[in-house]
Design a protein around this ligand. Structure first.
Ligand code: G4P
Length: 528
């Protein structure tokens, strides 16, 4: 296969949703159909196989939420599929946002009974802002659900995007019996599934005009389906990929991840429509995926995935060029040449060493501590820097120190590594060597920090909350002592030595800004 063919067959996407909409279940079912796993292990009701393959960390098991993102790959119908799994809990939205940077499209998962929920809205906004085409999967139609027209309207009103249904649930009053495919005009009825969705479903497709179906569905349901189809054909939007790409239209699918219903048709249609790797904007130029010069950016770092080896894996998204095992690349931020040895790819539960990878692929490489989230790697003769990586201003702060001062070294190592992963942001207070000031975008991040310091670095931390909720970076070289109005604030340094002011609220910050008219205060770290 040529380089260009390899690029074109890549589909790299993330699933976005509110917790509990069924993302873990859908991810597993896609893997099941992709042949990457043979028996879906998600089904959480079956206690023996309580946790999904994408859940890696012990803490996820304890809390029953997904706190880390994982990357899963499989082949289907000639496509190479990369699914970026994202954590669902809202405290981990920063991690999710970063993962979205690596996606070329997104699947927005909605619970048919609940519609558009808070977390979905936030994640949708990021995708829209970044121009990522969005596909919608309305899940759980095996259960009582809302009217599909209502859902279309809600999507339009709350997200500002029109939906074009690719299929349609069959049934009335929220009780669905199957789905109608608008392209083939066939109906697929729910089959009795005794395996709780562990195996693929046999298809039962028939034409909607088949009198046997009318009999099976009953006159009322059948007529309501015919009426709906007519209404969609007459009043609905036509499918137009340019509008999908422009974020004005979302192709909408209905199904049930748990029972596998509608999963296969969704996967096939999605792979047909979803874009292959798109060009990426670097500070210097636009980088085309078809360019043969290598470039990639780090969107995630995970240390200690295997507690027996203290490994640190840096996940990067390849943007252009072919990756070959052992190749040397330039690390833009440090200027160092790095040899990418032992590249890993993730196939469900297994890691495999790979020899080559293409734009759109995600690879993980071991790194001792050079690379940080957001960094660029490129060919030495193709210097580019992917710059617009989101940094989120922390809103919660605490002073963290080791209980046992003898463990200061492990403590510092743990804190530094966890900060490099982007798990939390750390700041140093001048003259305070034994503690760090930690900033997080959500409270749960402190718990994860404590847990990981304890379990991965053997340090029992003491965490004292601080009464601040606002952080502002001071632009340029300003002598802190000259700043006025900082009585209730704390001045700290970030990991690059830049001065940051922590203060209790926006109102107080406004006051400081007013009293220091010559100083610029930034909400995010200045790019350098
Ligand atoms: P998440 O990753 O988005 O948080 O959701 P997850 O897949 O864990 O699913 C959340 C719950 O929704 C699970 O139930 C799961 O079984 C259920 N679910 C997922 N897809 C469907 C579907 O198509 N239909 C129905 N009816 N339910 C679905 P749970 O209560 O957490 O566990 P369990 O005890 O039901 O297994």
């Amino acid at each position: 296969m040529t380089f260009l063919e390899e690029v074109k067959r890549r589909r790299t996407f993330a699933i976005i949703s509110h917790p509990d909409a069924g993302k873990t279940t859908l991810t597993e079912k896609l893997l099941l159909y992709g042949g990457a796993i043979h028996l879906a292990g998600s089904v959480k009701s079956r206690k023996t196989q309580k946790y999904a393959v994408s859940d890696w960390m012990e803490i996820e098991k304890q809390r029953g939420i997904s706190v880390t993102s994982s990357v899963l790959q499989f082949d289907y119908d000639g496509c190479r599929v990369n699914i970026l799994d994202t954590p669902g809990h809202q405290d981990f939205s920063e991690d999710t946002y970063r993962t979205l940077m690596a996606a070329d499209s997104a699947v927005m998962l909605i619970d048919v009974a609940k519609g558009v929920e808070a977390q979905t809205k936030k994640l949708f906004a990021v995708c829209k802002e970044r121009g990522i085409p969005i596909f919608t999967f309305v899940n759980k139609i095996d259960h009582f659900g809302r009217n599909p027209f209502d859902l279309m309207e809600e999507i339009e009103n709350s997200l500002g995007i029109r939906a074009v249904p690719m299929n349609w649930p069959v049934g009335i009053n929220g009780e669905y019996q199957g789905i109608y495919d608008r392209e083939t005009h066939t109906v697929d009825l729910f089959a009795k599934d005794e395996t709780h969705g562990q195996q693929k479903l046999a298809s039962t497709k028939e034409s909607v005009d088949d009198p046997a179906f009318r009999e099976l569905l009953g006159d009322e349901v059948h007529q309501s389906l015919i009426d709906d189809i007519e209404l969609l054909d007459v009043a609905g939007d036509e499918f137009d990929f340019d509008r999908v790409r422009a974020g004005e239209l979302t192709p909408m699918f209905f199904g049930s991840a748990m029972t596998n219903f509608g999963v296969k048709p969704f996967l096939e249609k999605f792979l047909d429509l979803a874009p292959s790797p798109a060009p990426r904007q670097a500070l210097e130029k636009t980088v085309d995926a078809s360019s043969e010069d290598f470039s990639a950016f780090v969107f995630k770092i995970q240390a200690n995935m295997n507690p027996n080896h203290h490994d640190r894996i840096v996940f990067m998204r390849i943007c252009s060029g072919k990756f070959e095992k052992g190749m040397s690349v330039l690390h833009r931020q440090s200027g160092k040449t790095i040899r990418l040895a032992q590249p890993q790819q993730f196939l469900a539960t297994e890691r495999t060493i790979i020899d080559e990878a293409y734009p759109g692929d995600i690879i993980g490489v071991f790194d001792a501590g050079t690379m940080g989230v957001g960094d660029t790697l490129c060919a030495a003769n193709h210097k580019v820097t992917f710059g617009d990586f989101p940094v989120f201003p922390p809103e919660f702060f605490a002073r963290v120190s080791p209980k046992d001062t003898m463990k200061r070294k492990q403590f510092q190592k743990g804190m530094t590594q966890l900060a490099q992963e982007g798990a939390v942001q750390i700041f140093e207070q001048p003259h305070s060597l034994d503690s760090f000031i930690v900033g997080a975008v959500g409270m749960l991040q402190f718990e994860v920090l404590q847990y990981r310091l304890r379990n991965e670095y053997g340090v029992e931390p003491i965490t004292d909350s601080l009464p601040y909720s606002v952080a502002r970076w001071v632009k340029g070289n300003v002598d802190i002592k000259q700043l006025k109005g900082l009585d209730n604030a704390m001045a700290v340094k970030d990991n690059r030595g830049r001065t940051v002011i922590l203060i209790s609220n926006e109102w107080q910050m406004g006051w400081v800004i007013e009293r220091n008219p010559d100083v610029t205060f930034l909400e995010t770290p200045p790019l350098n």
